[in-house]
Design a binder for this molecule. Structure first.
Ligand code: NI
Length: 352
């Protein structure tokens, strides 16, 4: 699974008044993980946010607001009442686990010692990693929420790495991430995800355009880049591609889909009778007319039509027009002449 970006509808530890609008912006951009806090809006509004998140198939998160026992337990009860997918943060595992018992809520408490408000993570890397190990070993703890950038430690990536290794469960890095370099270091350190709230709402992430949509679009683009979820391919135009070569009976590779290749071929006159031991072939006529001869019948395939020839079936393609431009879809192992002996066999296909 790739690095998770969790968009928090929060500023200064409160869910913002415009959360419902911001949520629609995020959902329209395909943000898959969205969180809020149980302070700032009435619980009915939070329930509506949660329903809207889940209606789009996204995952909802409630983050514990502060660290006194009462408000931490209130957050846990709120998580159950609202029905969120994940409860982030908090340190009182013994108080919270019984509240979550019987629910489907995933629980990601804070490792290490948290003090003050705004919260600061204190202690050495070794102390925090040991806390992570003990917490993550508990039943009912599904991951950890690490306030990595709220620590006074110098080497934050080393802290994240140590906690990820000690926990052996997903680690979310919360707070103070507002640029692609930090997202990269979070991923390289082995974290499962990170949260951004205030930084995006306040326009701190580097973008060319203003507004929340531009902020979120830049973050999801950078996360997709890190996760390898961007395509290197542009569109191809068949007329232009067929215009790049003249040779007939000489298929060109125009693309690949798993182990299938898209080939472009120009047919002229008759080809050889042949069949393929294991490969099925699709012939789609782009320009001209194709006659496909079978042992029991013939089919004429016009522009915009296609025919599938299953493996093992003898066939003989014939161009009925001077040349016939055909798009082929077939396994990459397919030899144009099948099992037939024919000097038009081509083993090394050029690409277009
Ligand atoms: Ni064939």
């Amino acid at each position: 699974m790739g690095l998770r970006f969790i968009f928090m509808l929060t500023r200064n530890d409160r869910t913002v008044a415009e959360a419902a609008d911001h949520l629609q912006t995020a959902l329209s951009l395909g943000v898959r993980h969205i969180g809020f806090k149980d302070v700032g809006l009435p619980i009915e509004d939070l329930k509506a946010l949660n329903s809207a998140i889940k209606a789009k198939g996204a995952t909802s998160y409630l983050e514990v607001v502060s660290l006194d026992r009462e408000s931490e337990m209130a957050s846990a009860y709120g998580a159950v009442e609202i029905g969120v997918d994940v409860l982030l943060g908090g340190t009182r595992v013994d108080d919270v686990l019984p509240i979550l018992d019987g629910s489907d809520i995933q629980y990601y408490p804070f490792p290490g010692e948290i003090v003050g408000h705004p919260s600061i993570l204190v202690g050495s890397i070794e102390d925090i990693a040991e806390s992570a190990r003990l917490l993550a070993a508990r039943d009912g703890v599904h991951g950890l929420d690490l306030l990595a950038y709220r620590s006074a430690l110098q080497d934050i990536p080393a802290l994240i790495s140590a906690v990820c290794e000690a926990a052996a469960k997903p680690v979310i890095v919360a707070g103070s991430i507002a640029d692609p370099e930090r997202i990269t270091s979070v991923k390289e350190a082995g974290a499962a995800g990170f949260t951004i709230g205030t930084a995006a709402l306040d326009g701190e992430y580097p973008t060319d355009d203003e507004g929340l949509a531009a902020q979120l679009a830049a973050i999801v683009r950078d996360v997709a880049t890190l996760n390898g979820h961007l395509s290197p391919f542009g569109k191809k135009n068949l007329d232009l591609a067929f215009g790049t070569f003249e040779e007939t009976w000489s298929p060109r590779i125009a693309g690949q889909i798993n182990n299938m290749q898209i080939k472009l071929a120009k047919f002229e006159g008759d080809f050889a009778w042949h069949f393929h031991e294991t490969e099925d072939e699709l012939f789609l006529v782009h320009r001209g007319r194709l006659l496909m001869r079978f042992r029991d019948r013939e089919e004429i395939i016009q522009e915009g039509e296609f025919i599938v020839v299953p493996h093992g079936v003898e066939h003989c393609p014939v161009a009925l027009t001077e040349t016939c431009e055909v798009v082929l879809l077939e396994p990459a192992t397919t030899i144009n002449t099948g099992t037939a002996q024919d000097d038009r066999r081509i083993d090394d296909l050029a690409t277009v």
